[in-house]
Design a protein around this ligand. Structure first.
Ligand code: UFG
Length: 328
């Protein structure tokens, strides 16, 4: 199947692209390279350098109706940035989704797997969080992803049968880890695990620990970390079931770790010292996010197989092999 992967040069998109290739699908990458890396795209993959709002480029991609499905990952996705630049987040993640969906539908493509986020839940009343839990984002990023889901649900409800849109929205919890070829490299890097590994490498004097007064056992935020390979496998299952199992799914490990536990695990895995400096809370951070992935297990036949140690050790090995990240 020919699958358009928007944001396919990014950290997660490049792993999905690789997986699609491995199982015999034909991925086409659309990326504006604002954050992605050319070297992250597996060799031989067709690449279109354009924005998701570039109507002419989209018309060309969907021309002839050869794209059967889309994995829509292109987005801005840093919680703290979204608090500082909300309008940019609404434009890129919400406004740009509309011409994209219109172009896709015009081109006869009706199946989409959408990258959503645990950020839609805000500060959940209970954990683990099921998909039925109330959604009440506490940062603009989470709001944009919730709006994206509503747009998809309304567009799907408007058509029926083959004429309609079929979507699966995947609410990612905290994605981390690396494959043999692909790892996380953002400029600047804000995510906990890569930051901690940079400290282990001596690139920063300490990890900035954002908040020690949360209502959690050790006072630091709890998150559910999921290996990027497990996440990619969920996308393949979702692509095969966009019609049979359309809807919204959490992707996490059903297990939470505090920021301190992550740092301790990283110190153990790397055998390096990881000094910590206490900082105030970061705006927009909910205290605790832990997924229930039961729905994805039941309907997508998906189960994560890798835990925190493997997530950190894979990321560490990738960083040691690629100290400067990607070549360009
Ligand atoms: N943290 C630190 N120091 C750092 C970096 C992070 O203490 O240097 C803390 C944060 O305050 C937070 C936790 O580590 O409590 C995890 O932070 P990340 O930045 O790694 O990830 P977020 O939980 O903010 O966000 C990530 C994705 C979002 C997604 C969310 C869902 O970036 O897109 O997970 O859980 F919405």
């Amino acid at each position: 199947m020919r699958v358009l992967v928007t944001g396919g040069a990014g950290y997660i998109g490049s792993v999905i692209t690789q997986r699609l290739l491995e199982r015999g699908d034909v991925p086409v990458v659309l990326d504006n390279f604002s954050q992605g890396h050319r070297a992250a795209i597996p060799p031989g993959v067709e690449v279109v350098q354009a924005d998701v709002a570039d109507i002419a480029a989209l018309a060309n991609i969907f021309l002839g109706g050869t794209i059967e499905a889309v994995v829509h990952m292109a987005a801005v996705s840093v919680v703290g940035d979204s608090v500082r630049q909300p309008l940019r987040y609404y434009r890129e993640n919400v406004a740009n989704l509309l011409p994209f969906l219109e172009a896709m539908m015009r081109g006869g493509c009706r199946r989409i797997v959408f990258s959503s986020s645990a950020a839609v839940y805000g500060e959940p009343a209970e954990v683990p969080i099921s998909e039925e839990c109330a959604t009440c984002p506490v940062n603009p990023y989470g709001s944009t992803k919730l709006m994206g889901e509503r747009i998809l649900a309304d567009a799907a409800a408007a058509g029926d049968g083959a004429a309609g849109l079929h979507f699966i929205s995947l609410r990612y919890f905290n994605v981390a880890g690396a494959t043999k070829d692909a790892g996380e490299m953002h400029h600047p890097e804000t995510h906990l695990i890569p930051r901690v590994l940079e400290v282990a490498l001596g690139e920063h004097p300490h990890v900035e620990l954002y908040g020690t007064d949360y209502p959690t056992p050790d006072g630091t935020c709890i998150r559910d970390y999921i290996h990027v390979e497990d996440l990619a496998e969920a996308h393949l299952s979702a692509l095969d079931r966009t019609i049979a199992a359309s809807g919204i799914y959490n992707l996490g490990n059903n297990r939470g770790y505090s920021v301190r536990e992550v740092i301790e695990t990283a110190a153990r895995v790397t055998g390096r010292k990881i000094p910590i400096a206490n900082f105030p809370r970061r705006a927009g951070d909910p205290p605790q996010l832990i997924a229930s992935h039961r729905k994805a297990a039941d309907a997508l036949g998906w189960r994560p197989r890798r835990g925190l140690e493997e997530i950190i050790s894979s990321a560490w090995e990738w960083r040691l092999r690629n100290p400067r990240g990607y070549a360009e």
